[in-house]
Design a protein around this ligand. Structure first.
Ligand code: CP
Ligand code: NVA
Length: 301
C-alpha cells in the first residue's frame, strides 16, 4: 500500500495541534543539538532553489546531516527543468531518488502543481505567497524568549509581503494578535479576526510584545522605490513604544538603515541570531514530521 505524501506547503493547511507538536519536537531537538538523534539515517533530501538563500539552504543541509541524512542541492538553472523538461517528469524522477524535496520557488501555484506530482513530501522553502518554515522558527523563538505565543501582541512594520502573509496565517493558529502597519496604499485586506491594520507605526507598536519587520524590497522586486516606507523603519524611538520586555525579530537578510536602524540591532531586544538558529531546529522537526507521515521515518515523533 502506498502512503500519500504529506507536504509542508502552508501553515493554514494544518490543524493547530499538529504544528504545536512539531514545535515541541523542535525544542526537544534543540536541547539535543550536541547529541542529535539519528532519526533520518540513510534518508535523502533534494533542495531546489530558483532564488538566493543563505539560511534556508544551510539550515536544511546541516539539519538533515545532524539527523543522519544527506542532501542534494539543485539550482533550478542547472537542471533540465529550466529547459524543456516538465514539472511532472521532474517530480516523478526526483521522487524515485530522494525521500523528500525542499523547494524555494517564486510562483506558489507552480510549487503546488509540482507537489501534486511528487510521491515524496515537498517542503515550501519560500514562495511569493508564503514562508512557513520561517514562521515556525519565529514561533519557536517567541516561545523561548517570552514563554509562549498565545495572547501576545505582534506588530509587523513595513512592506506587506510573503512573510507578513504567513504571520497572518499563523495568528489564529497560535492565537496571537497581529497588528500590521504599512503605507496606506498597500494596506492589506484583513485576513482574519486575529489581524488588524494601523497606518501609524507608533499606534501599531504601542505595548507590542514583538516588533517584526522584513526587507522592503523582496527578491524579484529590485528597483522598487522605498521612500514611502521610511516612517516604518524600526528605530530605538519606535521600540520604546513597545512593551518593556519586547523583542525585535527579522527573518534576515537585513538592510541596515532601511527597515531597521543599526542601533536596534545592538540592543538586547534584538533576537535575530537566535531566530536564525531556530530555522535549523524547527526544520529538523518539520523534516521528521514529513518523513514520518510518508511512512519512512524511524522513531521520530
Ligand atoms: N530568512 C531566509 O529565508 O533567509 P535566506 O533567504 O537566506 O534563506
Ligand atoms: N520577503 C523576503 C524574505 C527573504 C527571506 C523575500 O521574499 O525576498
Amino acid at each position: 500500500m502506498s502512503i500519500e505524501p504529506r507536504h509542508f506547503m502552508d501553515l493554514e493547511d494544518f490543524e493547530p495541534e499538529v504544528l504545536k507538536k512539531i514545535l515541541a519536537h523542535a525544542h526537544e531537538l534543540k536541547a539535543q543539538k550536541f547529541n542529535p538523534p539519528q532519526i533520518l539515517e540513510g534518508l535523502s533530501l533534494a533542495m531546489m532553489f530558483d532564488k538566493r538563500s543563505t539560511r534556508t539552504r544551510i539550515s536544511f543541509e546541516v539539519g538533515m546531516k545532524q539527523l543522519g541524512g544527506h542532501t542534494v542541492i539543485l539550482n533550478v538553472g542547472d537542471i533540465q527543468l529550466s529547459g524543456a523538461e516538465s514539472l511532472e517528469d521532474t517530480a516523478n524522477v526526483l521522487s524515485r531518488y530522494v525521500d523528500a524535496i525542499m523547494i524555494r520557488m517564486s510562483d506558489h501555484e507552480r510549487l503546488e502543481e509540482f507537489a501534486s506530482y511528487c510521491k515524496v513530501p515537498v517542503i515550501n522553502g519560500m514562495t511569493d505567497k508564503s514562508h512557513p518554515c520561517q514562521i515556525m522558527a519565529d514561533m519557536m523563538t517567541i516561545e523561548e524568549k517570552l514563554g509562549g505565543v498565545q495572547g501576545k501582541k505582534i506588530t509587523w512594520l513595513g512592506d506587506y509581503n510573503n512573510v507578513t502573509k504567513t504571520f497572518e496565517q499563523a495568528a489564529p493558529i497560535f492565537d496571537f494578535e497581529l497588528v500590521i502597519s504599512t503605507p496606506e496604499d498597500i494596506a492589506p485586506d484583513i485576513a482574519n479576526d486575529h489581524v488588524s491594520y494601523r497606518e501609524s507605526p507608533n499606534d501599531a507598536v504601542w505595548n507590542a510584545d514583538v516588533v517584526v519587520t522584513d526587507t522592503w524590497v523582496s527578491m524579484g522586486q529590485e528597483g522598487k522605490s522605498i521612500e514611502k516606507f521610511m516612517p516604518y523603519q524600526v528605530t530605538p524611538e519606535l521600540m520604546s513604544e513597545a512593551a518593556d520586555s519586547a523583542i525585535f525579530m527579522h527573518c534576515m537578510p537585513i538592510h541596515e538603515n532601511e527597515e531597521v536602524s543599526p542601533a536596534v540591532l545592538k540592543t538586547p531586544a534584538c533576537v535575530i541570531y537566535d531566530e536564525a538558529e531556530n530555522r535549523l531546529h524547527a526544520q529538523k522537526a518539520i523534516l521528521a514530521w514529513c518523513m514520518k507521515h510518508a511512512g519512512v521515518t524511524i522513531g521520530a515523533e
